[in-house]
Ligand binder design. Sequence first.
Ligand code: KG4
Ligand code: ZN
Length: 345
Amino acid sequence: MNILAIESSCDETAASVVRNGREVLSNVVASQIEVHALYGGVVPEIASRAHTEAIGRVVSESLDGAGLTMKDIDAVAVTNRPGLIGALLVGVSFAKGLAYSANLPLIPVHHIRGHVAANYVFFDGKEQKLLEPPFTALVMSGGHTSLINVNAYTDFECIGATRDDAAGEAFDKVARLMGLEYPGGAKMDALARQGNDRAIDFPRAAVKDCPYDFSFSGLKTAAINYLHTASQKGEEICKEDVAASFTRAITGAVNIRLERLFESETLFRSRKLVLAGGVSANSHLRTSIASLCGKNNVEFYCPPKYLCGDNAVMIGSQAYYEYINGTSDFFDYSLNAYATADVSF
Ligand code: KG4
Ligand code: ZN
């Protein structure tokens, strides 16, 4: 089954053709980073406009890249939740038009479910360790930091989430204050490699009675205060040390929850941990979680770096499983977009 998938929930316009949920026939991503970098963050109206301008070309490149035409496509998939509403609507409207005109099923996909599915695909054309549910996913993106039990391909159970900021958001905010260009996460990653991760003792918050929930706003504020105080006193800061210490605080907060989870016989029977979302490209996080999993005899999966950020491959992969499990009416051309949505539905 060839699925043409579209993703436009934030600042990447992406389209891809995925066969049977696992085989990538094409992967086209048009990034808007340059436009938003001028403003230090994503400007929703500009994002919608840029999606509108790019989507036709991106979809047609994805068909060309796969060496296919619409006649070879069996279904159209699209991210319809959660995300920037104007941005989502561009992808949803385009997908609706395409599916309707070709009389094809239209498969709505939850963006976070998609991030998880990035772990199913055979990347670089190679078949690798085949991931199948059940497993636990740690999804870390610009808007989410969640621990999710994926009981089956379409059965998601959230066991912990951030109470305030997502890790990606905290990375971006601190990076911005240090004068790094948007999006700062990847730049923090590179800087942290040259710094001393014990130079600054940033706090790690726990959420009372919720062992798997996260909270990063205290850490973000502590880093902002550190930078402001230094600037008011006219002191030079070592950006590398701030990046390394901040990264260590995030990694530590994640690892403490994972260690707890690994001991739980009820919540972690699968003994498989899957990392997903833009922040999962972070080299420090990948290394430290891989090592923690190794020590605890846990199977560890994470996508290749180019499938960590937003793309349509992950949407095409999850769409296949949504389709074969019949999770909705796939001929509902009145499909809508939603800015917020629970991953369980
Ligand atoms: O999943 P994603 O591409 O978009 C959303 O769904 O939000 O995640 C974007 C987030 C941004 O906050 C970005 O700074 C962060 O992922 N990110 C990173 C790295 N690469 C991207 N954060 C830390 N280290 C990285 N290497
Ligand atoms: Zn994302």
